[in-house]
Design a protein around this ligand. Structure first.
Ligand code: ZN
Length: 362
């Protein structure tokens, strides 16, 4: 297949043609200079690296009804919330089936990796790993130990199978817990992440020390707080649709201006489908709605590039011959590719390669 149009990847947008074989890039060049001599099926569109959904709670997908209206703590907080009861009262099979269904949907939408905060200890991580099998979506699982104070044996067993730990927040966890978790993650080469300044502002020193690898939300962070996060070089996953449900918005415009590393996620699967394309569109429009506009290139990077850098796999964000990237073809006009990506992608416009279940590239 030959895609004539544009590339949008780690090196930015550019007019180009891309030849794909077996879902991999075999040739790239200036438009009109390809060597196929008309033999390949020709498609007009934009080629991008597969996106990463940088923040999910896929366990929540077991809920299919509209959640009650209330503050975020009573809905999805770590202690006796609507969500905690829901997870406890659902069977292993129900959770497995629900997670598998949303992962298959993510696969159809071209998602390569889901970075998930998985509750329920080691069993929770095992369940998500089982649900993801053969879906075509890789899970990067940040588990959560059950015992408080943290038990070293439990933490160690959890880190045997998880990619790291995702805690609720500095407000919800004691300093010794955060220190024990951060230290264990560091020692094992795993990631330590936590939610921060979601419903209420928290002082940056509470979530930046010990230093995390990823912060989630910062919807209530001040300009100085964001500057402190930037100074520490910590990446931030933002979830604008989830925040909007509770009347908040992260200041994406400022995050862009100060050069934060921002990743896009869809948060709790009980609130909405984990569609990164829907999240992009909402993020773009909502930033205008709240008078703090963010650029389309910044948002596109938050879905297609920054998460790959965070995962330590920058080569997966590059569309080039021999690249390990699994490219997606978006059947959209090749003009202004980032704007197309931020405002117009639906599942019907995606052609993908690789091991997923959607239409394969020839
Ligand atoms: Zn979250």
């Amino acid at each position: 297949m030959l895609i004539d149009g544009a590339i949008l990847d780690i090196d930015g947008p550019r007019p180009a043609y891309v030849r794909l074989r077996g879902g991999k890039v075999v040739e790239v060049g200036a438009r009109g200079t390809d060597s196929s001599r008309g033999r390949d099926r020709r498609v007009r569109g934009i080629v991008v690296p597969s996106p990463v959904n940088a923040h999910t709670h896929l366990g929540d997908s077991v809920s299919v009804r509209e959640p009650p209206i209330g503050p975020v703590e009573t809905l999805v907080g770590p202690r006796e919330s609507y969500k905690v009861r829901l997870l406890r009262e659902s069977s292993r099979e129900e959770k497995l089936r629900a997670m598998r269904e949303v992962l298959l949907r993510m696969s159809r939408e071209g998602i390569a990796v889901a970075i998930d905060f998985r509750e329920e200890g080691r069993a929770g991580v095992e369940l998500l790993r089982a649900a993801a099998r053969a879906t075509g979506v890789r899970t990067f699982v940040l588990g959560r130990p059950l015992a408080r104070p943290v038990e070293p044996a439990e933490l160690s067993g959890l880190l045997d199978i998880a990619d790291g730990i995702g805690l609720s927040s500095a407000r919800d966890e004691t300093r010794p817990t955060r220190e024990a978790v951060a230290r264990a993650c560091r020692a094992r080469g795993k990631r330590y992440a936590l939610h921060a300044s979601e419903a209420r502002r928290e002082p940056p020193e509470s979530y930046l020390d010990p230093r995390p690898d990823l912060l989630v939300h910062l919807a209530k962070a001040t300009a100085d707080d964001l500057a402190a996060v930037r100074h520490e070089g910590v990446s931030v996953a933002v979830c604008p649709r989830s925040n909007a449900l509770f009347g908040r918005q992260p200041d994406l415009g400022r995050m862009e201006r100060i050069g934060l590393s921002v990743l896009l996620g869809t948060d709790n699967a009980m609130f909405h489908a984990p569609s990164i394309w829907a999240e992009l569109q909402f993020a773009y429009v909502a930033s205008r709605l709240c008078g703090r506009p963010v650029s389309a290139p910044f948002l596109a990077r938050a879905a297609l590039v920054e998460p790959w850098l965070w995962l330590g796999e920058p080569e997966r964000a590059r569309i080039a011959p021999g690249s390990p990237a699994t490219p997606l073809v978006l059947r959209l006009p090749p003009d202004d590719p980032a704007y197309q990506v931020a405002t117009r992608v639906t599942e019907q416009l995606i052609v993908r390669g690789g091991p997923g279940r959607s239409r394969r590239l020839r």
